[in-house]
Design a binder for this molecule. Structure first.
Ligand SMILES: Nc1ncnc2c1ncn2[C@@H]1O[C@H](COP(=O)(O)OP(=O)(O)O)[C@@H](O)[C@H]1O
Ligand SMILES: [Mg+2]
Length: 276
């Protein structure tokens, strides 16, 4: 019996405490289509305009790729959405009714916006399954995760997630033993068990093999529909393989938007990339 199981046996509970249950925002209103509205955003760092009158809309269920040269403002944009950076002016709305600029980082995460950073942050000494379990209980801490008893719904979500990220066979393996690609998928799974409406993913295929890239493409496209997904990525072949709609950022604004073919044939986009 694992330590986790023995702690559960002695502290058995039939239900999750109400405060531990994952909160899914009931306020989220996407009846008009978009799940994310960024309007007239501006951010300056010491007088340098990192975000410059940015307007961007993401539809509910959409998979959107964001590309753009280094320094275009991609990470800063994600920082605004997740509450890490406050803009100097402009608006950021999650659906029709949730004003992101009035919320803290944890509040935004709880409302249903999950962010995957480049560097995997899995718990290396825990199994894949335990990593998902710990993530499911969010920021309540390891101790709460150990004593909280998953209800049927949570167990089902965890099993479904294992399937989605393709790590069912590795469920009992320690996360530290996974390949680089598998760790990235596990981390996406750790976001999925929190039931996010919108997922922000920064450079998901950096350092991956071609096979892992293909698998990641399938994973991300399979999430669209149920979730809205925004992917920032440099690898153009990868973007081409998954993208419906691509937004090109440059100097803190949208330079072009459309299919991969449209943006790659856009004269202004060609000039920006040639000038790099
Ligand atoms: N905290 C910060 N302080 C000062 N300058 C910053 C800060 N964050 C980003 N920048 C600058 O803002 C610009 C946009 O950065 P970033 O959003 O990281 O671009 P990208 O992710 O598209 O490469 C860059 O010129 C960067 O140096
Ligand atoms: Mg960046």
């Amino acid at each position: 019996m694992s330590m986790l199981d023995s702690i559960r046996q002695t502290m058995r509970r039939d239900e999750v405490f109400p405060f531990m249950a994952p909160k899914v925002s009931e306020l989220l209103d996407v009846s008009h289509g978009p799940i994310l509205y960024l309007e007239d955003l501006n951010v300056s760092f010491d007088g340098f305009k990192a975000i410059n009158d940015l307007n961007l809309y993401i539809d509910a269920g959409e998979l959107r790729c964001i590309i753009g040269p280094n320094g275009a403002g991609k990470t800063t944009m994600m920082d605004i959405i997740t509450g890490k950076t406050q803009p100097d002016s402009g608006q950021a709305w999650f659906g029709q009714t949730i004003d992101l600029l009035r919320m803290t980082e944890p509040e935004i995460a709880t409302a249903g916006i999950g962010r995957k950073f480049q560097k995997p942050t899995v718990f290396e000494y825990h199994s894949v399954y335990e990593n998902l379990e710990l993530a499911m209980h969010g920021d309540k801490g390891v101790w709460h995760s150990l004593i909280a008893h998953m209800n049927g719904e949570q167990r089902a979500l965890l099993d479904e997630t294992l399937e989605t990220i393709g790590l069912k066979e590795q469920a009992q393996q320690t996360a530290g033993a996974l390949s680089h690609g598998q760790k990235q998928w596990l981390e996406i799974g750790m976001l999925l068990v929190q039931n996010p409406h919108l997922l922000l993913v920064d450079e998901p295929v950096a350092g991956m093999t071609h096979q892992e890239m293909d698998r990641t493409g399938e994973l991300l496209t399979s999430l669209a529909g149920k979730h809205s997904v925004v992917v920032v990525e440099h690898d153009m072949d990868f973007v081409r393989s998954i993208a419906n709609k691509v937004t090109v950022l440059h100097q803190g604004s949208v330079l072009a938007e459309g299919t991969m073919d449209e943006v790659q044939n856009n004269q202004r986009v060609i000039e920006v990339y040639l000038g790099e």
